[in-house]
Design a protein. Structure first.
Lengths: 416, 81
């Protein structure tokens, strides 16, 4: 049965910061011109690391005191939320803020603050009377979303969704669900990451032999390449304005795409090794729920992070779902440009592909000098973008640690 | 520290805590709670602890109401700093 306009969820605004762009236009330009955002940085105890770092101006929407007492994730969230609402043509002063919600996916939160405070009190012989009173509000898991509500005066619901590397998609799904439940009329939904501000994440991936290295930082993130050697940790954020279709149409909103289907499930097998069978199930269900078949998907935004096993598992799942009978399905990877933006990853990767609905270009996967045969897929777009006649739908993959999977399907609003 | 030095040190602390405020306009008798909230006051107490090794007991927080009262209260505690 066809959904009513009240049951259809659309994206009407995008606000983002990525290592290679601080708005959709800049970010998309970087993706179409092979611009990475990965650079060297120094981390306490760890030393030199490679990371995708953002350079958005936090003072655009925050006073300096707010930046000081809050968190990096909070700053990223606030920046993206403001930019998203402005992009949607919505003036918060004219909105019923009790009907506006904030739903942000995160991989983790609190590690930056805790590492910093332990280092701070180490200067005072670990005397805890030097531990900051700001620690608790900085480390509660809802902090990134909460800071948005405090900054913007939003009295509707807010929370974060802890979903590892699938969090950016699950933030989007949560926003859609809150709209369908009638809890809110406008949802600010997406994902954020402050992960590279810790040393622990670098040390942990290094201990796991999963941290990427390369003499050229911009070439370190190399999903599908034969010589890939791990993950580049990155920060960023992407917040979407989501509305029910009837409301969006009534106010003449610009519509980037429709969140036509989704699925989330669990591998239930291993803490780190992905399960391609569960990933395939997740993709097939998302596509079916969108009322589509695999052949209807024009762009598959792959999750692939640059780990040897993970990239292969996803390709196995993709072959099971799409096989050789989807001649108009193209595959790309955004992490090759910006690294792994953790909680923001899926949201940023979707945002970078949405302009394809209007410009008909599938951005590439960079840094594939020698394709790993186990990652070969028909129509894998490598190193140069590809023009296609029409982009009907985007499948956005995200698979996270402890076996959490979330796949979203976004359809072209110009075709439906 | 002299009274002038204590004044300068406190201005430096509050400027770090609330950098968006124009502290040059602060008068000696102006209530600081017009510019600093309760968490900010705890930051002042923490910075006095960290920078000068001074402990301000909770019972004495009321003595930090204005710049004048701060200097009066801290003068003896910072005399040898």
């Amino acid at each position: 049965m066809a959904k009513s306009e009240q049951e259809r969820i659309v994206i009407t605004g995008i606000g983002l910061t990525a290592p290679n762009g601080n708005c959709l236009a800049e970010y998309r330009h970087s993706l179409l011109h092979g611009v990475s955002g990965v650079q060297k940085c120094e981390r306490r105890y760890f030393g030199e690391a490679l990371a995708g770092l953002c350079d958005f101006d936090a003072t655009r929407h925050q006073k300096r005191k707010e930046i000081r007492i809050g968190t990096r994730a909070g700053s990223i969230s606030i920046y993206c939320a403001h930019e998203a609402l402005a992009d949607a043509g919505l003036d918060i002063a004219a909105l019923d803020v009790s009907r506006l919600g904030v739903f942000l996916g995160i991989t983790e939160h609190g590690n930056v603050e805790t590492e910093n405070e332990i280092f701070e009190i180490s200067k005072y012989n670990y005397d805890t009377k030097f531990w900051t009173h700001h620690h608790n509000p900085r480390t509660v898991a809802n902090n990134p979303a909460g800071e948005v509500t405090v900054n913007m005066g939003i009295s509707g619901p807010h929370y974060t969704i802890g979903a590892a590397c699938a969090a950016g998609n699950l933030g989007l799904v949560t926003g859609a669900q809150q709209l369908l439940l009638g809890e809110v009329d406008v949802a600010l939904a997406g994902g954020v990451s402050e992960s590279p501000a810790t040393f622990g994440i670098f040390a942990a991936f290094a201990s796991q032999n999963a941290l990427a290295s390369h003499p050229d930082p911009t070439k370190a993130s190399r999903p599908f390449d034969r010589d890939r050697n791990g993950i580049v940790v990155s920060e960023g954020g992407s917040v979407f304005v989501l509305e029910r279709l009837d409301r969006a149409l009534a106010r003449g909103a610009k519509i980037y795409g429709e969140l036509a289907g989704w699925c989330y499930n669990s591998d239930a097998t291993d803490m780190v090794l992905p399960n391609s069978e569960r990933q395939a199930q997740c993709m097939r269900q998302a596509i079916a729920r969108a009322g589509l078949t695999p052949a209807d998907i024009t762009i598959v935004s792959t999750h692939a992070t640059g780990t040897h096993a993970g990239d292969i598992k996803e390709c196995e799942a993709l072959r099971e779902v799409f096989g050789d009978n989807c001649p108009d399905t193209y595959y790309n990877n955004t992490k090759s440009f910006i690294g792994h933006c953790m909680g923001a990853a899926a949201a940023l990767e979707l945002a970078g592909n949405l302009p394809a609905f209007t410009d008909g270009i599938v951005h590439s996967t960079i840094n594939v000098d020698n394709l790993d045969p186990e990652c070969a897929l028909p129509n894998l777009v490598l190193n140069e973008p590809r023009h296609v006649p029409q982009v009907k739908a985007i499948l956005n993959n995200s698979f996270g640690m402890v076996g959490i999977n979330c796949v979203t399907v976004i359809t072209n609003p110009n075709l439906s | 520290m002299t009274r002038d030095q204590i004044h300068a040190a406190l201005i430096e602390i509050v400027s770090d805590i609330a950098p968006d405020e124009d502290w040059t306009a602060l008068t000696m008798d102006e209530p600081l709670k017009g510019r600093l909230d309760s968490m900010d006051f705890l930051d002042v107490v923490m910075e006095l602890r960290k920078r000068y090794g001074v402990e301000v007991k909770e019972a004495d927080y009321g003595k930090l109401g204005t710049m004048q009262s701060c200097i009066d209260f801290l003068e003896s505690m910072l005399a040898d700093k």
